[in-house]
Design a protein around this ligand. Structure first.
Ligand code: BGC
Length: 735
């Protein structure tokens, strides 16, 4: 008997011993912050949660963390409940626990799957040392809308890259052995299409076509399932009038049916209860019926299953087999995590002490932080900065921030633990450095659950910044968003530099044009003015604990930037949603010189910075682009090769990208689709030949019935260092 069968056998025997109440109890996930106020009006009291723990009516806890706390709560479940079934302990370990890596969107810009996996691994090592064994990550939602605050949590706009990153993150969290005490069960979320909420407004509805669902939204989830992700979280949105939590089509037919997913589905926070607010369920009873039947296995802080499901089974409205199926999935994970062998296996005070903020973790965070930075513009090689004899004026409130760079999902980490850009720059002692904040970005305290208040009036520090700029050889301005301006419930309608920062930038520019703009933000920003005027622009996102060190090393050329954008930067918010893999339309070009083509009358239609864009201090040349034929059978593999030469003055890295265009399809195809990439390192003067292969699995697509098909016809192939590359060749695919 293999280990899966063995676990199934144990699960079945345990299930036989359980009462209906105990089974439904396993489908219940409680938050451990006893006094939390969330969206459910009658949230459970601490006393009630404790009573339920003792009865074995809780399957998992969230936010209980720290060895001492976890042990204490686990003890109640194991020692005081009738069957002593251990709890799973979950938490939002999104980009680190104490040591923070860059926000996931930033990490995705590294295109470095190994480094991304490592970052998730480090997060798992730290989080598991405090007793946790389950993370609500990775978020694999594809999004094209920079207004949505949660784009910071994903891997950008592309399903191919998003799928690779989903796999890397799942692997990083889960490692090779789930039962090891330093791994976490991962959660692919939010299933599905949350990234497509209308107008980027948080928790809004989604209205997308079947083709987008199959070809864009679902692939990263499928990749996570193929990588054996152990749980999937459903999403807050509806699709086609059905809130996802109640979607049988998504949860049972696709996820558990077609894809054979044998982990469990956890609801998002109170999303089962929210079926009532959506106007889909008239009361909790109906919500419980709809969600359980549709395949939502665990109720996160909704108090719906625990109150209604036993009654629903007893009166025959919900089949007991539905409850059994959910409970089996949950118990299976408990066995896989090794919790039945030792419920306290993640609880080791010594390990906890020696693991958090470990220096190896800081090193890993620095490594991925450098790799996540994208050089957007570098006129006249203003960067890298000279290391000696320069007067540098560093300007911007964000430059001295030690909190904001930690990003939005950093609830476990300690405040002010990031290395600020100011601290990072100070380590380069050959130049003289003056710092002026110029203008405050925020007013008062910033907090994960509270609105950020932006300074819109106080410009009293402008003059000092302008004076400092006048006197400097180079001005480095760190501007952008506060870490709590992106993330959950942080949608924006303006995606420019918030507050008075744009005005400050323009005033400083009048005093000194030699400006390096370092952006700190959790989403693409509309910075058309800056692109037009500022000679050098560095996208530094929110890079986590090691922010300042990473930024300084890039500015001074100790690390040659290698990141490439994974989300398109629009010129203005009106272009959003904007993405590289759009459809041609019937009128793609201005053929007759009249107005009747697909464009805007008040803006270019092109992006400011395209998907895949990112510069280096060196230059790369592409040559010898070849395909091994002109015509191929559908079952053949198309082989592509290209030589890449480092033709500049620095060693450097390049992300070589391969795109295709399927010219005609029974379902219209995007103008470009990423189908391969390779991150290479080249010494100056060095050339490497890069090979790509395209087979059926890359040349096909999903039709509107959700079947994967490959069609004969004409294709174009593009290679280069961004989605805008003009190097192209063609081939034909025949039946
Ligand atoms: C978020 C989830 C998160 C959960 C638990 C929800 O509001 O949408 O992504 O995992 O809270 O914190």
């Amino acid at each position: 008997m293999n280990s899966n069968d063995l676990i199934d056998k144990k699960v079945d025997s345990l299930l036989n011993l359980m009462t209906l109440e105990e089974k439904v109890g396993q489908m219940n996930l409680y938050n451990g912050f006893w006094d939390v106020t969330g969206p459910v009006p009658q949230e459970g009291s601490a006393e009630q949660k404790y009573e339920h723990l003792k009865k074995g009516w809780v399957g998992a806890m969230l936010s209980v963390r720290g060895v001492e706390q976890v042990r204490e709560v686990q003890k109640v479940a194991v020692e005081e409940s009738r069957l002593g079934i251990p709890l799973i302990f979950g938490f939002d370990v999104i980009h680190g626990y104490k040591t923070l890596s860059p926000i996931p969107l930033a990490e995705s810009c590294s295109w470095d799957l190994e480094a991304i996996e490592k970052s998730a691994r480090v997060a798992a090592i730290e989080a598991s040392s405090v007793g946790l064994n389950w993370t609500f990550a990775p978020m694999v939602d594809i999004s094209r809308d920079a207004r949505w605050g949660r784009v910071m949590e994903g891997a950008g706009e592309d399903p191919f890259l998003g799928s690779q990153i989903a796999k890397a993150r799942v692997k990083g969290f889960q490692g090779d052995d789930l039962s090891a005490n330093n791994t976490l069960a991962a959660t692919a979320k939010h299933f599905a299409a949350y990234g497509f909420i209308e107008a980027g407004r948080e928790y809004n509805s989604v209205d997308i076509g079947t083709s987008t669902l199959y070809n864009t939204v679902l692939p990263p989830f499928k990749a996570a399932v193929d990588a054996n992700v152990r749980s999937v979280m459903n999403s807050f949105n509806e699709i086609n009038g059905i809130p996802v939590t109640a979607s049988k089509f998504l949860q049972r037919d696709i996820l558990k049916g077609k894809w054979n997913f044998n982990g469990f589905v956890v609801s998002d926070w109170a999303s089962i209860w929210e079926l009532i607010n959506w106007g889909h369920a008239k009361d909790k009873r109906e919500a419980a019926k709809l969600a359980s039947t549709a395949g939502s296995d665990m109720d996160m802080e909704g108090y719906v299953y625990i109150e209604e499901l036993v009654k629903l089974v007893n009166d025959g409205t919900v089949k007991e087999s539905i409850v059994d199926d959910a409970v089996k999935r949950i118990l299976r994970l408990k066995y896989e995590l090794g919790l039945f062998d030792d419920p306290y296996k993640y609880c080791d005070e010594t390990r906890e002490k020696s693991t958090l903020y470990h220096k190896d973790h800081q090193e890993a965070a620095l490594d991925i932080a450098k790799k996540s930075i994208v050089l957007l513009k570098n006129e006249n090689n203003l960067l890298p900065l000279k290391k000696e004899g320069q007067k540098i004026a560093l300007i911007g409130a964000l430059a001295s921030e030690k909190n904001s760079p930690l990003g939005s999902w950093r609830i476990a980490s300690d405040d002010n633990t990031a290395v600020s850009v100011l601290e990072g720059m100070k380590q380069y002692k050959g130049n003289s450095l003056t710092y002026e904040k110029g203008v405050d970005l925020t007013i008062g305290k910033t907090h994960f659950v509270e609105e950020v208040v932006i300074n819109e009036t106080d410009k009293s520090d402008f003059p000092k910044a302008i004076e400092a700029a006048k006197d400097a050889d180079v001005v480095v301005m760190v501007l952008g968003e506060h870490g709590f301006q992106s993330g959950e419930a942080r949608s924006r309608t303006q995606i420019d530099l918030p507050g008075l920062q744009q005005e400050l930038l323009e005033e400083v520019y009048k005093a000194n044009k030699n400006i390096v703009l370092v952006l700190n933000n959790g989403r693409p920003l509309a910075i058309e003015w800056a692109d037009k005027h500022i000679p050098a622009i560095v996208e530094a996102w929110q890079l986590g604990s090691q922010t300042g060190n990473a930024v300084a090393q890039v500015l001074y050329g100790d690390y040659n930037p290698s990141g490439k954008l994974t989300m398109t930067f629009p010129r203005n918010v009106g272009q959003v949603p904007i993405y590289y893999n759009y459809k041609s339309t019937g009128r793609p070009i201005n053929r007759e010189g009249n107005v009747f083509w697909s464009h805007y009358i008040d803006s270019e239609r092109t992006p400011l910075y395209a998907f895949g864009h990112g510069l280096s201090y060196t230059t790369f040349e592409y040559s010898n682009f070849k395909i091994n034929g002109k015509t191929f059978n559908i079952n053949d593999t198309v082989e592509i090769s290209v030589d890449v030469t480092n033709s500049g003055n620095y060693d450097g890295k390049e992300v070589v990208q391969l795109y295709i265009r399927d010219l005609f399809g029974s379902i219209t195809r995007p103008v470009r689709e990423l189908k391969g990439f390779e991150l290479i390192e080249l010494k100056k003067g060095e050339t490497k030949t890069i090979q790509f292969k395209l087979d059926k699995s890359l040349l096909g697509f999903y039709n509107n019935e959700g079947e994967f098909i490959v069609e004969a016809g004409d294709f174009k192939v593009f290679v280069g260092g961004s989605s805008m590359t003009t190097l192209e060749k063609s081939f034909e695919l025949t039946e």
